[in-house]
Every structure is written in structure tokens, then in C-alpha cells.
Design a protein around this ligand. Structure first.
Ligand code: AHR
Length: 508
């Protein structure tokens, strides 16, 4: 038909590399994310290695997850790492005041986290405690984990059974320091960030990538204050820049913070509002990047969006402090839209971490508290279908005649979203049709190279509310897609209503 969206991709003009770390993850001591999710303890009937669930590890390895952020979130600024080392029976117990007021026995600590990262073959990202910790405490944590040779903290690590230092590059200087991480002003925190950055040392060839706790939503003033603090350093010997990235947090909700909306029960209007709010990520990344460009035109400081995703009301009957929510086809489209936006911002966006990997917020994996059964969510499948974009060269997608739009809450929402990349001689195109009820074709003119060996997958479902459960594991699961044709340079892709499609092929 003539109403296909026309797009153009020059497959031989490479844009900035899409950092694999934008496919990053986040695991907080919150609800059943760590305990019951990742970690069940050595005595559990659930198959585990040193207490870590094997099925969870296997499912996440299939996503090639590039990094895992831990231990929070808000929890990070209450966490004292020394409570989580040494014999488990001797570890101090604390109250997890943010998340349900439950007791935390510290059985999952530094060694267990590093063990998990090794099993996942993923890079650790440790979020240090600024809110209630000290500069010394964080500095010693870096020494404990990364220092080779003889030193007080290296000796302590060896006493606890780990001879070799680990490598940890990504280091967070506090979390949401404007809120749960200390309720600071931007000026106050910027002073702290300078100090913490100074005393988090590089040991041997472990070069830290220090991530200063950045803004919420559109607080561009916060970003500006942190950027200003990177200059005017007195000492010539100090590493420049002092911190290498700023974080940003943004969550997608349909309602307001008092009533965020239900995960599985929503109208089409609420669905479109959700997509409009998800799309705001583009505006926020642009806004923060514009401020950063003024102080750092060479784009040396990265943006790390280390919390993003949907945040719904908890599932009825579950602990309100545990943030357990279901995950539908709507969540999958929120994820696919975010990835298109992330690919577009590849020049500055170094990392992004969905909140959170298991049993919390927009999870990849849900585990049944009684049977232990493991459910892969629709969001999981988007990560899997898109993993070929990791560390690939971004390709610009032009739509000269525009894409269909829809008026939502007084604003325009584009209902078709496309992004593309190339890596190792292969093209990967991701396409989302956000329209709840209408199909849409997209015709892409591929310029600068031929394409062969087409493979296409589709993720869609009967309804936007469809989701997976232990009884129905594959209500939303990827299928082979046969709605793709290639005629010369014209790639035509059929997108059913509310669907996510990937097309891959060998470039010639
Ligand atoms: O991801 C849940 C919480 O959301 C995190 O602990 C906090 O950083 C944010 O407010």
C-alpha cells in the first residue's frame, strides 16, 4: 500500500558507537531482587552455586548483560560494606529502612556480588555510600576490592579468601543525593563529589570511571553545578576530569507518584500517556547533554542513566515496600522506545541501567516466591532481540516524510520508532509500532550496501496487557517474523499493532 512510512538508512555512514553498557542492569537490596531473586543461599532446594540461582544466571547470560549496578539505589547510601564481609554468621544485621523496614543480614556482600558478576561474565558497577558514609569508608572499599600487593585492605580481602584483587571500573559517588542519598543541595553535593572522587584511587591498572550522582528528571541546574565543579582544580597532580560521568534518573509512570497506575490493568489512554512519558527520555537526555556541551564540548564527560524503566503500583497483596510489579507488552514497548532513544544519544550516553533486573520494577525476570518458578518478562525479550546493538556503530534513520503521530495529552506522540546499527558486517534494525490498534508498514531504502540472509523476529501479543506467568510462560515471546521483504535496496517491514520487530542481515 502507499501508506508505508518511508525511511532511509545509509548503511556505510557510521555514527557514534552504541556503548554496550546502555544495556546495563541494576540490582538493589530491595524486596526480592537480591534475596530470593539472585541469591537463595547455599541450603536452598533451588539449584545454586554458592547460593546464587543458576537459572537466573543462565537467563541473564543469554542477554550478554554488560554490567550490573549494586547495592542500590537508596540502599547504597545506608550500606556499610564492612558489615558484608567475613564469615556470614558474624555479619552485622541492619534495618533496610527504605524498602519495607525488613532486616538485612548482609549475607550477600562484596564477595558474593563479585562472585555473581564473575558467573554472569559482566562488569560490576558499585554504588558507594555518600549519604551516611565517609570518604575513608569509600576509599577503603576501593582499596579492598582493587589493590594488589600488600596493604591493610588488601590483607583483609586475602584473609576473607580472595587473594587476587578484582577489577571494578565503574564506581558511583552516591545515589540520588538530592533525595534519599542525603537530601543535599547541588552545591553541597558538588563539594562532596570532588572529595569522594579524589580519594577513590586507581590501583595498578584498575582505572576508575567515577560517576557523580546526577539530576532527577529535568533538573538541569544540578547538572550545571556538577559540570562547573570540574574546573578550578588547584592541584596539578589531580586526575582530570575528577569524575568521568554524571548520572540521570528518570522513571516512566502513567499516573502520578501517589497512584502510578496498575501494571496489567490500563486503558488505551493510559497506554498512550505511558508512551508519551517514556518518550520524554529523549527530551531529558537532550536537555542535560546541551548543558554539558557548554562546559565540555569534546564530550569527555559521559551521561549514565543508571535508573530507568516503568514504575507501577505494586501487585495487589504484595508488600508495598518491595516494588514487585508485573510486566506486559506495554513494558516491552517502553523498553524498545528507550533503546531507540539511547542509540540516538550514543555520542554522550555511556551507560544505562534498567531498574531492576529481578522481581523489582521493570524486571527481566520474575521468580515465584512459593514454587521458585522463573518467568521471563516481555522486557527480557526486548533486551535479547536488541543485543546485537551492543558496541555496534549507530546508523542514522531518516524519515523524510515523517512518521504517523497521535495527539496524546495535548502533545504529539510519534507512533513508529526505528533505530539501526552495524557491527561485524551485520545490520540490525529495530522497529516499534506504538499504535495500540493499527498495523503499519515501514519501507526502508538501504543505501550504500546490499543486504542478505535476512532474519526477523517479532514480539507482540493479543493485547497490550498480555504478560507471562508461571502458568503461561510464553504469552509474550518472540516469534519468527515473515512480514519482511527485500526488493533491491528496499526493505519492507510489516508491523502489526503494538509490536516490536527486529530485522538483521549480512551487509555486502
Ligand atoms: O529503583 C528504586 C529506587 O528508585 C532507587 O532505590 C532509588 O535510587 C530511586 O528513587
Amino acid at each position: 500500500s502507499t501508506d508505508a512510512v518511508s525511511a532511509v538508512i545509509n548503511v556505510d555512514i557510521e555514527g557514534p558507537k552504541i556503548s554496550k553498557h546502555v544495556y546495563g542492569h541494576f540490582a538493589e537490596h530491595l524486596g526480592r531482587c537480591i534475596y530470593g531473586g539472585f541469591y537463595v543461599g547455599e541450603d536452598s532446594d533451588i539449584p545454586n552455586v554458592r547460593g546464587i540461582r543458576l537459572d537466573v544466571v543462565e537467563a541473564l547470560r543469554a542477554l550478554d548483560i554488560p554490567n550490573l549496578r549494586w547495592p542500590g539505589g537508596c540502599f547504597a547510601d545506608e550500606y556499610h560494606w564492612m558489615d558484608g564481609i567475613g564469615p556470614k554468621e558474624d555479619r552485622a544485621v541492619m534495618v533496610n529502612t527504605h524498602w519495607g523496614g525488613v532486616e538485612e543480614n548482609n549475607h550477600f556482600g562484596t564477595h558474593e556480588f563479585m562472585d555473581l558478576c564473575e558467573l554472569l561474565e559482566t562488569e560490576p558497577y558499585i554504588s558507594g555510600n555518600v549519604g551516611s558514609g565517609t570518604v575513608r569508608e569509600m576509599s577503603e572499599w576501593v582499596e579492598y576490592i582493587t589493590r594488589e600487593g600488600d596493604s591493610p585492605m588488601a590483607r583483609l580481602r586475602k584473609q576473607n579468601g580472595r587473594e587476587e584483587p578484582w577489577k571494578v571500573k565503574f564506581w558511583g559517588l552516591g545515589n540520588e543525593t538530592w533525595g534519599c542519598g542525603g537530601n543535599m543541595t547541588a552545591e553541597q553535593y558538588a563539594m562532596d563529589a570532588r572529595k569522594y572522587a579524589t580519594y577513590c584511587r586507581n590501583y595498578g591498572d584498575n582505572k576508575l570511571y567515577r560517576i557523580a550522582a546526577g539530576a532527577a528528571d529535568a533538573d538541569y541546574g544540578w547538572t550545571e553545578t556538577l559540570m562547573k565543579q570540574l574546573s578550578h582544580l588547584g592541584c596539578q597532580r589531580v586526575e582530570r576530569p575528577l569524575y568521568q560521568a554524571l548520572s540521570i534518573h528518570y522513571y516512566t509512570i502513567a499516573g502520578d507518584w501517589n497512584d502510578k497506575g496498575a501494571a496489567t490493568v490500563f486503558t488505551d489512554d493510559e497506554y498512550y500517556t505511558t508512551m508519551l512519558k517514556a518518550n520524554r527520555t529523549d527530551e531529558l537526555l537532550t536537555g542535560h547533554a546541551n548543558v554539558m556541551d557548554l562546559y565540555d564540548p569534546k564530550k569527555e564527560i559521559g551521561i549514565v542513566m543508571d535508573e530507568w524503566g516503568t514504575w507501577w503500583n505494586v501487585e495487589p497483596g504484595t508488600n508495598p515496600g518491595f516494588l514487585y510489579q508485573q510486566n506486559t507488552m506495554r513494558d516491552a514497548l517502553v523498553a524498545s522506545l528507550h533503546f531507540d532513544i539511547f542509540h540516538k544519544h550514543a555520542d554522550r550516553l555511556i551507560m544505562a541501567n534498567i531498574a531492576q533486573t529481578v522481581n523489582v520494577l521493570q524486571a527481566m525476570i520474575l521468580t515465584d516466591p512459593d514454587s521458585g518458578a522463573l518467568v521471563l518478562t516481555p522486557t527480557y525479550h526486548v533486551f535479547q532481540m536488541n543485543k546485537g546493538h551492543q558496541d555496534a556503530a549507530s546508523l542514522r534513520v531518516d524519515t523524510p516524510a515523517g512518521v504517523p503521530t497521535r495527539e496524546v495529552d495535548g502533545k504529539e506522540l510519534a507512533t513508529v520508532s526505528v533505530s539501526a546499527s552495524r557491527k561485524d558486517g551485520r545490520l540490525l534494525v529495530s522497529l516499534s509500532n506504538l499504535d495500540a490498534g493499527a498495523a503499519q508498514d515501514v519501507e526502508i531504502d538501504l543505501r550504500g550496501g546490499g543486504l542478505g540472509d535476512l532474519e526477523s523476529l517479532i514480539l507482540t501479543a493479543d493485547t497490550l496487557q498480555s504478560h507471562n506467568t508461571p502458568e503461561q510462560l510464553e504469552a509474550v515471546a518472540p516469534q519468527k517474523h515473515d512480514g519482511v521483504t527485500l526488493d533491491g535496496s528496499k526493505l519492507r517491514v510489516h508491523l502489526p499493532a503494538h509490536s516490536f520487530v527486529t530485522v538483521a542481515g549480512a551487509l555486502a
